[in-house]
Design a protein around this ligand. Sequence first.
Ligand code: HGY
Ligand code: MN
Ligand code: MN
Length: 416
Amino acid sequence: MAAPGENLRINSDRLWDSIMEMAKIGPGIAGGNNRQTLTDEDGEGRHLFKRWCEAAGLEMGLDEMGTMFARREGTEPDLPPVFVGSHLDTQPTGGKYDGVLGVLGGLEIVRSLNELGIKTKHPIVVTNWTNEEGARFAPAMMASGVFAGVLDQADVYEHVDKNGKKFGEELERIGWKGTEKVGDRKIHAFFELHIEQGPILEDEDIDIGVVTHGQGLKWLQVTLTGKEAHTGSTPMPKRRNAGLGMARVIELVHEIAMDYQPDAVGAVGHMEVYPNSRNIIAGRTVFTIDIRSPEKEVLDAMDGRIREGIDTICEALDIQYAIEQVGHFDPVTFDPGCVQAVRDAAERLGYTHRNIVSGAGHDACWINRVAPTAMVMCPCVDGLSHNEAEEITKEWAAAGADVLFHAVVETAVIVE
Ligand code: HGY
Ligand code: MN
Ligand code: MN
């Protein structure tokens, strides 16, 4: 006798079509997306998602961080809902699937339940977390961080983008600031489907990543201050070159990360040079160090060595420095019960699967602090992400969404 829902599958054409439809909003210049948080394009994507949710009979809620909660009622409305979702905001040169697959995978579950006339005891809430990427406004996973009580809402409202625009004001401007207090919603469990953003699943020809852990992260924003001077007439010994300082720190970060292989990673992706003129020695540089490791001790060791190294570099170059930690979360262990639901679903559906540690940060990493949480991963081509050429197959998307479907309805309990 098949268990309730044993053969449930999503409609992969409908999911794929929805992803492609969303990808038309905030197109990039090379086939991907530029739908950065709180831009007009983000607002347009939110409207489309809202229309789809309402067409599926969902009731849309909105909190003070702009996070969207589309609720499908359960037969026992007072039970805490099962949440399923991710994010619709993208990197400036992002792909079509990072985050979007998880939000629209959640919507596809609801669409399929509606079609099959299946009810669940627990309500189901499809979620779009505001500002997962942290590209325009640091830190990443901002709204989920406020929801989990690790970031302060009044503080993040004041965070500014490179043009000095404030997060709180931009949220008002695009008209997506809700009135619901952040964090009030009780969560029975949270599931997030996401592309791996790394090469393991594709290299091993595996359909599903059962995410047991997420690596920890630190973002250190560094400001180096030297002295602007003529690049031609200033003798080398008299220069206080903040550009050279930044170059040496970037090399230092790489070398330290290489000392902790095979897992640690480190890079500098954000760099600003002032005044950025061809014949002026850089007087000031501002850049962000991104270091990560599955082990807290390694993350802390890298942090300490980098700070020491910056001090030595700046002493030698006679430049000043300031370091501000603008992002941080410790390594995450996801809920074993939810992880098992993911693993059982992959097994039941006949998909190949393996345990995996998430290299990237996700909203699930914060929500795991306030509710039982797990993630489902699907492969991506060449492991590439945060690149407009990001690509997945329809089959990978369907496999991930099928596993998500089973994990969600098993936890929400199908009503016979
Ligand atoms: O930075 C991250 O890991 C995520 O993509 N925001
Ligand atoms: Mn993402
Ligand atoms: Mn991302």
